[in-house]
Design a protein around this ligand. Structure first.
Ligand code: PRP
Ligand code: HPA
Length: 178
Protein backbone atom coordinates (compact mmCIF):
# COMPACT_ATOMS: atom_id res chain seq x y z
CA UNK A 1 0.00 0.00 0.00
CA UNK A 2 2.95 2.37 0.57
CA UNK A 3 4.17 1.89 -2.97
CA UNK A 4 0.62 2.28 -4.21
CA UNK A 5 0.14 5.52 -2.26
CA UNK A 6 3.45 6.90 -3.55
CA UNK A 7 2.41 5.99 -7.10
CA UNK A 8 -0.95 7.73 -6.63
CA UNK A 9 0.73 10.82 -5.20
CA UNK A 10 3.09 10.98 -8.18
CA UNK A 11 0.10 11.05 -10.55
CA UNK A 12 -1.78 13.97 -8.91
CA UNK A 13 -1.34 17.06 -11.08
CA UNK A 14 -0.63 20.42 -9.47
CA UNK A 15 -1.92 23.53 -11.21
CA UNK A 16 -0.31 26.75 -9.92
CA UNK A 17 -2.53 29.81 -9.39
CA UNK A 18 -5.87 28.09 -10.09
CA UNK A 19 -8.65 29.06 -9.53
CA UNK A 20 -7.00 32.03 -7.78
CA UNK A 21 -3.46 33.43 -7.53
CA UNK A 22 -1.51 31.66 -4.78
CA UNK A 23 -3.60 28.46 -4.83
CA UNK A 24 -1.83 25.22 -5.83
CA UNK A 25 -4.75 23.17 -7.14
CA UNK A 26 -4.35 19.40 -6.70
CA UNK A 27 -6.02 17.86 -9.74
CA UNK A 28 -7.09 14.20 -9.45
CA UNK A 29 -8.27 13.80 -13.07
CA UNK A 30 -5.00 12.12 -14.18
CA UNK A 31 -5.79 9.35 -11.66
CA UNK A 32 -9.08 8.71 -13.43
CA UNK A 33 -7.69 8.89 -16.95
CA UNK A 34 -5.55 5.75 -17.00
CA UNK A 35 -6.86 2.27 -16.15
CA UNK A 36 -3.77 1.47 -14.04
CA UNK A 37 -4.05 4.51 -11.76
CA UNK A 38 -7.81 4.16 -11.42
CA UNK A 39 -7.48 0.51 -10.41
CA UNK A 40 -4.62 1.11 -7.92
CA UNK A 41 -6.59 3.98 -6.39
CA UNK A 42 -9.88 2.11 -6.03
CA UNK A 43 -8.09 -1.01 -4.72
CA UNK A 44 -6.64 1.05 -1.83
CA UNK A 45 -10.17 1.99 -0.73
CA UNK A 46 -11.42 -1.57 -1.19
CA UNK A 47 -8.58 -3.03 0.93
CA UNK A 48 -9.31 -0.47 3.62
CA UNK A 49 -13.06 -1.17 3.85
CA UNK A 50 -13.54 -4.78 2.75
CA UNK A 51 -13.76 -5.98 6.38
CA UNK A 52 -15.46 -2.85 7.79
CA UNK A 53 -18.99 -4.28 7.79
CA UNK A 54 -20.34 -1.19 6.07
CA UNK A 55 -23.95 -0.70 4.99
CA UNK A 56 -23.38 2.21 2.57
CA UNK A 57 -20.74 4.34 0.91
CA UNK A 58 -21.71 8.04 0.86
CA UNK A 59 -20.16 10.50 -1.59
CA UNK A 60 -19.84 14.29 -1.52
CA UNK A 61 -21.02 16.36 -4.50
CA UNK A 62 -19.40 16.55 -7.00
CA UNK A 63 -15.95 15.01 -7.07
CA UNK A 64 -16.77 12.45 -4.38
CA UNK A 65 -19.42 11.15 -6.82
CA UNK A 66 -16.66 9.94 -9.14
CA UNK A 67 -14.97 7.64 -6.62
CA UNK A 68 -17.60 6.63 -4.05
CA UNK A 69 -19.94 4.66 -6.35
CA UNK A 70 -17.04 2.60 -7.74
CA UNK A 71 -16.05 1.69 -4.17
CA UNK A 72 -19.67 0.91 -3.27
CA UNK A 73 -20.09 -1.32 -6.33
CA UNK A 74 -16.95 -3.32 -5.61
CA UNK A 75 -17.97 -3.79 -1.93
CA UNK A 76 -21.47 -4.87 -3.00
CA UNK A 77 -22.99 -1.89 -1.19
CA UNK A 78 -25.35 0.94 -2.08
CA UNK A 79 -24.27 4.54 -2.64
CA UNK A 80 -25.70 7.62 -0.86
CA UNK A 81 -25.33 11.02 -2.59
CA UNK A 82 -24.84 14.08 -0.38
CA UNK A 83 -25.70 16.94 -2.70
CA UNK A 84 -25.36 20.68 -2.92
CA UNK A 85 -28.58 22.48 -1.99
CA UNK A 86 -31.59 22.35 -4.30
CA UNK A 87 -30.73 19.20 -6.27
CA UNK A 88 -32.45 16.39 -4.36
CA UNK A 89 -36.14 15.96 -5.27
CA UNK A 90 -37.57 14.17 -2.21
CA UNK A 91 -37.71 15.28 1.47
CA UNK A 92 -34.27 16.41 2.62
CA UNK A 93 -32.23 17.24 5.70
CA UNK A 94 -29.70 20.06 5.23
CA UNK A 95 -26.55 21.43 6.86
CA UNK A 96 -24.81 24.74 6.18
CA UNK A 97 -21.12 25.41 6.73
CA UNK A 98 -18.72 28.32 6.42
CA UNK A 99 -16.65 28.98 3.30
CA UNK A 100 -13.88 31.57 3.04
CA UNK A 101 -16.55 33.97 1.76
CA UNK A 102 -20.15 33.13 2.69
CA UNK A 103 -21.70 29.74 3.34
CA UNK A 104 -22.54 26.52 1.53
CA UNK A 105 -25.35 24.05 2.15
CA UNK A 106 -25.49 20.32 1.48
CA UNK A 107 -28.47 17.97 1.66
CA UNK A 108 -29.35 14.30 2.01
CA UNK A 109 -32.63 12.50 1.44
CA UNK A 110 -34.26 11.81 4.81
CA UNK A 111 -34.70 8.12 3.91
CA UNK A 112 -31.16 7.66 2.53
CA UNK A 113 -30.28 5.19 5.30
CA UNK A 114 -31.58 3.64 8.52
CA UNK A 115 -30.55 4.37 12.12
CA UNK A 116 -27.54 2.26 13.07
CA UNK A 117 -26.30 1.84 9.49
CA UNK A 118 -22.52 1.98 9.16
CA UNK A 119 -21.40 4.46 6.51
CA UNK A 120 -18.07 5.73 5.11
CA UNK A 121 -18.01 9.17 3.46
CA UNK A 122 -15.80 9.46 0.36
CA UNK A 123 -14.53 12.63 -1.33
CA UNK A 124 -11.58 13.57 -3.51
CA UNK A 125 -9.88 15.97 -1.12
CA UNK A 126 -10.02 17.42 2.40
CA UNK A 127 -9.10 21.09 2.74
CA UNK A 128 -10.78 22.95 5.64
CA UNK A 129 -12.92 19.89 6.33
CA UNK A 130 -16.15 21.85 6.18
CA UNK A 131 -17.74 19.69 3.50
CA UNK A 132 -16.85 16.39 5.20
CA UNK A 133 -18.03 17.73 8.58
CA UNK A 134 -21.40 18.70 7.08
CA UNK A 135 -21.71 15.23 5.56
CA UNK A 136 -20.99 13.63 8.95
CA UNK A 137 -23.66 15.79 10.61
CA UNK A 138 -26.27 14.91 7.96
CA UNK A 139 -25.68 11.17 8.27
CA UNK A 140 -25.71 11.38 12.07
CA UNK A 141 -29.03 13.24 11.95
CA UNK A 142 -30.39 10.17 10.14
CA UNK A 143 -28.99 8.00 12.95
CA UNK A 144 -26.14 6.50 10.93
CA UNK A 145 -22.77 5.53 12.40
CA UNK A 146 -20.12 7.35 10.34
CA UNK A 147 -17.25 4.91 10.51
CA UNK A 148 -14.65 7.05 8.70
CA UNK A 149 -14.16 9.92 6.27
CA UNK A 150 -11.99 8.99 3.29
CA UNK A 151 -10.36 11.04 0.56
CA UNK A 152 -7.59 10.71 -1.99
CA UNK A 153 -5.78 13.88 -0.92
CA UNK A 154 -5.37 15.69 2.40
CA UNK A 155 -4.17 19.29 2.57
CA UNK A 156 -3.02 19.12 6.21
CA UNK A 157 -1.96 22.76 6.42
CA UNK A 158 -5.62 23.77 6.06
CA UNK A 159 -6.42 21.85 9.24
CA UNK A 160 -9.48 19.95 8.05
CA UNK A 161 -8.35 16.40 8.76
CA UNK A 162 -7.16 17.42 12.25
CA UNK A 163 -10.45 19.19 12.98
CA UNK A 164 -12.46 16.19 11.80
CA UNK A 165 -10.42 13.77 13.93
CA UNK A 166 -10.82 16.08 16.95
CA UNK A 167 -14.56 15.88 16.35
CA UNK A 168 -14.49 12.11 16.53
CA UNK A 169 -14.35 11.22 12.84
CA UNK A 170 -11.46 8.93 11.87
CA UNK A 171 -9.91 10.06 8.57
CA UNK A 172 -8.17 7.99 5.89
CA UNK A 173 -6.39 9.69 3.00
CA UNK A 174 -4.22 8.03 0.37
CA UNK A 175 -1.73 10.89 0.30
CA UNK A 176 -1.18 14.46 1.42
CA UNK A 177 0.38 17.69 0.18
CA UNK A 178 1.72 19.73 3.12
C1 PRP B 1 -14.00 20.67 -3.11
C2 PRP B 1 -13.54 19.25 -2.89
C3 PRP B 1 -14.16 18.89 -1.56
C4 PRP B 1 -14.15 20.22 -0.82
C5 PRP B 1 -13.00 20.27 0.11
O1 PRP B 1 -15.30 20.66 -3.67
O2 PRP B 1 -13.95 18.39 -3.93
O3 PRP B 1 -15.51 18.43 -1.70
O4 PRP B 1 -14.02 21.25 -1.80
O5 PRP B 1 -12.95 21.50 0.78
P1 PRP B 1 -13.24 21.65 2.34
O6 PRP B 1 -12.49 20.55 3.03
O7 PRP B 1 -12.66 23.01 2.65
O8 PRP B 1 -14.70 21.60 2.57
P2 PRP B 1 -16.05 21.97 -4.19
O9 PRP B 1 -16.85 22.56 -3.08
O10 PRP B 1 -15.03 22.86 -4.86
O11 PRP B 1 -17.12 21.41 -5.21
P3 PRP B 1 -17.05 20.48 -6.52
O12 PRP B 1 -16.80 19.08 -6.05
O13 PRP B 1 -18.42 20.64 -7.08
O14 PRP B 1 -15.94 20.98 -7.41
N1 HPA C 1 -7.65 20.74 -5.22
C1 HPA C 1 -8.89 20.31 -5.38
N2 HPA C 1 -9.92 20.72 -4.68
C2 HPA C 1 -9.69 21.63 -3.75
C3 HPA C 1 -8.42 22.15 -3.53
C4 HPA C 1 -7.34 21.68 -4.31
O1 HPA C 1 -6.17 22.05 -4.17
N3 HPA C 1 -8.54 23.05 -2.51
C5 HPA C 1 -9.84 23.06 -2.14
N4 HPA C 1 -10.54 22.21 -2.88
Amino acid sequence: PHDAAAFIKSQVRTIPDWPLPGVQFRDITPLLQRPKTLRVLIDLFIERYVEAKLDYVAGLDARGFIIAPIVAYELNLGFIPIRKIGKLPYKTVSESYALEYGTATVEIHEDACEPGNRVVIVDDLIATGGTMMAGKKLLERLGAVVVEGAAIVDLPDLGGSKLLRENGLPIYTVTDFP
